[in-house]
Ligand binder design. Sequence first.
Ligand code: MRU
Length: 375
Amino acid sequence: MDKSKTILDCDTVSLLKEEDALLIIDQTKLPGELRLIRLRTAEEIWEAIYLLQVRGAPAIGVTAALGIYLLAKKAQLPEKDTVENYAVNFEALSREFRKQKVYLESSRPTAVNLSWALCRMECVLMSLKEEQGMTVEKALSVLGCEAEEIREEDIRVCRSIGEYGLSLVGPGDGLLTHCNAGRLATIRYGTATAPMYLGHERGYGFHIYCDETRPLLQGARLTAYELAAAGMDVTLECDNMSASLMKSGKVQAVFVGCDRVAANGDAANKIGTSLLALAAKRYGVPFYVCAPTSTIDMSLSSGDQIPIEQRKPEEVTEMWYAERMAPEGIQVYNPAFDVTESDLISGIVTEYGVARAPYTESLRDIFEKKASEKE
Ligand code: MRU
């Protein structure tokens, strides 16, 4: 990789059509090394998501959409690809599609964008079943366009979240964020960082504070890195410092991303988010969750139903240390996410506006607005 390139020159996830591969930034190597890797097989895509080489709810969704398209292209057809043989070939294609969908869905449980993107791709495929004059080649081309649209849409959606988020703050504000809900977790702008990127473009002069985000340090390794690369004023702090920071009056708003929002507004995000929300409430700092509608799961009535990923103990005991920092055999509690109850959330910033309590109503209104704009 050319040493003069920065994160701003690279896409988090993209499709290399000629090579039948996905190109991703390997986020496990950041900030030390900006390494791009190619993913070609189902196992490589699954592993990249599981190992957090690509991570962040929207980026996982985009990877799944582009990935399932690539895997569908590799389906073996029983007959020659003609209009006459479409029905029998379509059966083989959809069987392979469903197998790979179940497999990719098993890579991480919490971010709903993963199943959202795969279901959206499946709906498109199913809509082509009875289409007159179809061949598998044509069906695959429609699938490929949908996957690219999911990727492009992410850019528009994040920019819109940025506009709504920016309307909630003022020039010179101190903004605190947790984990990485940035460009690296999306295609551009991020969700929680979108107001920061737009404000930076417009000379707002924000002071950004990043939580380090134990145990995987996404705040230190990724958010601090990408915002500093963009030229922002960034200060890093350990997670356990955010309460004192808020008490000091240096923070005017907290912006976090999320992996899944339930219909009542409860929001699952990186472990530690709910502590931040509790401290924000205590010190009167507005606490905003930034969520594209693809992250809102209206099928779940509350956050208690959100599946929470448990990760390996080594992430806590030894991963970042030159030597192990905990006794051998110690039991470790390592959930990757927690759920912030909706009464701690000042607003949920979506691409269709800012939802406020009561969320059961305001989130429904957001989806109604989305449906009416699509008509
Ligand atoms: O485990 P990760 O790094 O995938 O967790 C990511 C987060 O918690 C993000 O805040 C969330 O996915 C929103 S990304 C816009």
